[in-house]
Design a protein around this ligand. Structure first.
Ligand SMILES: NC(=O)c1ccc[n+]([C@@H]2O[C@H](COP(=O)([O-])OP(=O)(O)OC[C@H]3O[C@@H](n4cnc5c(N)ncnc54)[C@H](O)[C@@H]3O)[C@@H](O)[C@H]2O)c1
Ligand SMILES: O=C(O)C[C@H](O)C(=O)O
Ligand SMILES: [Mg+2]
Length: 618
């Protein structure tokens, strides 16, 4: 187990560091309007136009059995709830007992969704208190199972669906959402849900889970998040033939039809909520990149799988350098194999290249590309002309090359045979780091990892695909094949591994859940008009410095999931600063305001506040 005292000490120093940076004078005018997603005007009281059962049935207002006697009188709910006023502590006790009695993760998922639909304050209190236990239910891996089963376990709608039958109506539809203030929108088209493929409208559970972490870890207010599915159809035959499926029953729109559909949606949401951050999630390659390229300079948006995954993976590699007793500045000396050449693979590698260039220890971007060997399902992106023994392969290789786009072509190795297997590439390259972003289990073969371990004292093994059933290898395998020497991080959680020598193989979760909540916090608090590359680089550097020397020695790279809120605060503060430094912040600091205090003060805390009926409130 991690020593929580050491972690807290270390985190406290990172947060303090953030604070001292935040004390810098940004030369902002004294006439400032103040920062933040939450002007904190209602911290001690909440006005509502609702009364009676409408309050009890509103998850953002309901307190279940915790309404005070005076409130019951004020809000006309006397007699509509059991007589005893029960404080949150007791409610938590009851809820946790019920939850613990459930046997399967999916049953827990359904239970927690129902709680979220009844009483969001209690849901978030529970989630924050038991983050390490519950993140794996509302997020990966169980959220993956929930997506697969979504049409069977459906209870109640959450978020918004925009489907192919809504074309021409989206600018009106956005007004059906009841809240004027929306700070973060997570949107998916369900085309590549984790490593589970095309799940169409069932993908809705992903934006819901991401936004639950935005609230619990990033401190965004529950009423200002919006999960969205763009239902452009599905190519998943079994869903198309399932009578219970709830999405559109036709194959996916593609090409111009697809892009104009997304464009109508972006225009509609941007016109209603011009300041909202849009996070693109689980879009298939190359749509993911094309949409990012189209919108990143026009609106406040980023792609989670490409950019925040890159931030956390870079953080993992930087932290591992320290764990190996090396300076983080020697990133350019790493030899990195990335298995998977899709949104996440290319995105992660671009982030590593950006960092090498920023460190100034490579002469060119091309030199940085030369440190990364990329494979897709056909093997290494290499030179088909070198496949001299196999003319068929030269022809096939040529075809495959012509299908690669400009981003992927940067990684092609002219001096190595095209389509080499992973095992052959490992033997030739002797990598220090191996990344898995394929969605295919077992891709890290025993031979490949054992070969790597022959050449590296501490091989860095990161099977990053989600959920756990799609990881490129398990933690047990990684430690077994490296005689316990691996530094291991996976996309979904794996338990630590007991090694034969009595030592413990530490596992890390390298998931964008460490980066997006803080990014969103910093972006919304600064009201950044654009999301910039530096925000991701600084996120990586912030997280890379969080583990203590002792933890690094033991193979722990990041604080545990329990500390996601502290991580988000440190990242959010740094991202907020970057927004000011780069001139994209549109909020301003009041004189004497400290950035870190503002960021921390803007974070939502799940507590019941007294409700007051006010007919004109909204
Ligand atoms: N840990 C994280 O935070 C995180 C973040 C984003 C994505 N991911 C995971 O990464 C995986 C891929 O996501 P994506 O968006 O890049 O998907 P994608 O469909 O865009 O790309 C998948 C890539 O894997 C390659 N591939 C498939 N089978 C292969 C094989 N047998 N050997 C080598 N390469 C193979 C494909 O050619 C393709 O290039 C998913 O499982 C996802 O859950 C993890
Ligand atoms: O959702 C996750 O757990 C991480 C990532 O966004 C993914 O698509 O796998
Ligand atoms: Mg994703």
């Amino acid at each position: 187990m991690l020593s929580s005292r050491t972690l807290s000490k270390n985190l406290a120093s990172v947060v303090r560091q953030g604070r001292s940076l935040a004390r810098r004078n940004y030369g902002l005018p004294a006439s400032a309007i103040g920062l933040g997603t939450d002007p904190r005007k209602d911290k001690n009281i909440q006005l509502t136009p609702l009364r009676g059962v409408n309050i009890i049935h509103d998850p953002l207002l309901s307190k279940g059995t915790a309404f005070s006697i005076a409130e019951r009188e004020r809000l006309s709910i006397r007699g509509l709830v059991p007589p005893r006023c029960q404080e949150m502590e007791k409610q938590l006790l009851r809820i946790k007992r019920n939850l613990d009695a459930l046997e399967t993760p999916l049953a827990k998922f359904v239970f927690l969704s129902a709680l979220q639909d009844r009483n969001e304050t209690l849901f978030y209190k529970l989630l924050i208190n038991y983050l390490d236990e519950l993140a794996g239910i509302i997020y990966t891996p169980t959220v993956g199972e929930a997506c697969l089963m979504s049409h069977s376990i459906y209870r109640r709608s959450r978020g918004m669906y925009f489907s192919s039958q809504d074309r021409g109506a989206m600018s009106a539809m956005v007004h059906n959402w009841p809240h004027d203030e929306v700070d973060v929108i997570v949107v998916t088209d369900g085309s590549r849900v984790l490593g589970l493929g095309d799940l169409g409208a069932n993908g809705m559970q992903i934006p819901i889970g991401k936004l639950s972490l935005y609230v619990a870890a990033g401190g965004i207010r529950p009423r200002s998040v919006l999960p969205v599915v763009l239902d452009v159809g599905t190519n998943n035959e079994s869903l198309l033939h399932d009578p219970l499926y709830l999405g559109m029953g036709h194959p996916r729109l593609d090409g111009e039809e697809y892009y104009s559909f997304v464009d109508e949606w972006v225009t509609a949401v941007h016109s209603r909520w011009p300041n909202a951050l849009i996070q693109f999630e689980d879009f298939k390659y190359p749509h993911a990149y094309n949409l990012l390229n189209k919108y990143q300079d026009k609106i406040t948006c980023f792609n989670d799988d490409i950019q925040s995954t890159s931030a956390i993976t870079l953080a993992g590699i930087l932290a591992s350098l320290k764990a190996r007793g090396r300076s983080q500045e020697t990133l350019n000396e790493e030899r990195i194999i990335c298995v998977g050449a899709g949104s996440a693979g290319v995105g992660v590698c671009e982030g590593i290249v950006d960092a090498m260039v920023a460190q100034g220890r490579v002469n060119s971007r091309d030199e940085a590309y030369s440190r990364i060997w990329m494979l897709d399902q056909h093997g290494l992106l290499g030179n088909p002309a070198l496949n001299t023994n196999d003319p068929q392969s030269i022809v096939g290789g040529g075809e495959r090359m012509s299908k690669l786009d400009e981003r992927q072509k940067c990684y092609v190795k002219a001096d190595m045979t095209d389509r080499l297997s992973l095992e052959e590439v490992v033997e030739q390259v002797k990598p220090t780091v191996i990344l898995g972003l394929t969605g295919v289990p077992g891709v890290f073969s025993e031979k490949a990892i054992r070969t790597m371990a022959k050449y590296q004292e501490k091989p860095i093994v990161f099977p990053l695909s989600n959920p756990d059933t799609r990881a490129e290898c398990t933690a047990e395998e990684a430690f077994k094949w490296t005689d316990g020497r691996a530094i291991f991080a996976s996309g979904s959680p794996f338990p630590d591994v007991n090694l034969p020598n009595g030592r413990v193989g530490r596992t890390n979760q390298c998931n964008n859940s460490y980066s997006f909540p803080g990014l969103g916090l910093g972006i919304t608090v600064s009201r950044a008009s654009r999301v910039t590359p530096n925000m991701f680089l600084e996120t990586a550097k912030t997280i890379a410095d969080m583990a203590s020397p002792q933890q690094l020695k033991e193979g722990t790279l990041f604080p545990g999931v329990h500390y996601l809120r502290d991580v988000a605060l440190a990242v959010g503060t740094r991202v907020c600063e970057v927004a000011f430094e780069e001139g994209v912040a549109t909020a301003v600091l009041k004189e004497g305001e400290m950035l870190s205090d503002v960021v921390e003060g803007s974070m939502f805390v799940p507590e019941y506040v007294p409700l007051v009926h006010a007919p004109n409130a909204h």
